[in-house]
Design a protein around this ligand. Structure first.
Ligand code: GRF
Length: 218
């Protein structure tokens, strides 16, 4: 229950007074959440700087979007390395870039202990459903098929499970009668882009702590 305005023995958090936090973004795909975060940082809404975009897919479109913005990129595919070694190399790349926070933005792998334990309570993920409902892949389709009337998105701290870490921000999105899985996913994505920046801003500017499963801001 250590308050996070006091970095304590863990990876130093930026806290409210120490300027811009350095962030590494991990992605496997198109990277729209990365772009939304980068733009929120550029507008000064989030006191952070994205210093590295890292992918397990050398051809991820999100890497090109990072290069267009002049942000350093690395691709470390798992093939030929195995999970442990790939994650060790990722941790080294993140540390070399000077990042103390990691934002998963469509990174399509469950993190193993090498990564999770290297940045305790400093890894965030965005999930396109209101957790704990519909974890895992194709959450928008799962929600649509189930017939829920409200879905949304969740930003959470990452632990060793699949979409199980303590929740930081959630945003609800109504499911409309004439929705398709695609129209619902598009409206959820709009909220994802807002929620991710909001969660990061809160964590970087307000004292917080984890109490059991709850992220508590004081
Ligand atoms: C988003 O829906 C995110 O919630 C999920 O993967 C998708 C990534 O989209 N984890 P993008 O690459 O950020 O556009």
């Amino acid at each position: 229950m250590r308050p996070h305005s006091d970095p304590g023995p863990r990876t130093p958090g930026p806290g409210p007074r120490s300027g811009r936090a350095k962030i590494a973004v991990l992605l496997s795909g198109r990277g729209s959440n990365f772009v939304a975060l980068a733009e929120a940082c550029a507008r000064g809404e989030v006191p952070a700087e994205i210093v590295l975009v890292l992918s397990d897919k050398p051809d991820a479109p999100g890497l090109e979007r990072a290069r267009e913005r002049g942000i350093p990129t690395r691709a470390i595919p798992r093939k030929g390395l195995g999970r442990e070694e790939q994650e060790r190399q990722m941790v080294a790349a993140i540390r070399e870039a000077g990042a103390s926070w990691v934002c998963l933005a469509g990174y399509m792998r469950i993190l193993g202990p090498e990564l999770v334990s290297a940045f305790p309570e400093r890894i965030l993920n965005i999930h396109p459903a209101l957790l704990p409902a519909f974890p895992g892949l194709e959450a928008q389709h799962q929600a649509f098929e189930y017939g829920v009337k409200v879905s949304g998105c969740t930003v959470h701290l990452v632990d060793a499970g699949c979409d199980t870490g303590p929740i930081v921000v959630q945003r609800a999105v109504p499911v409309l009668d004439d929705d398709t899985p695609e129209t619902l996913a598009a409206r959820i994505l709009e909220q994802e882009h807002r929620a991710y920046a909001e969660a990061l801003r809160l964590l970087l500017t307000r004292p917080w702590r984890v109490e059991g499963r709850r992220v508590v801001f004081s």
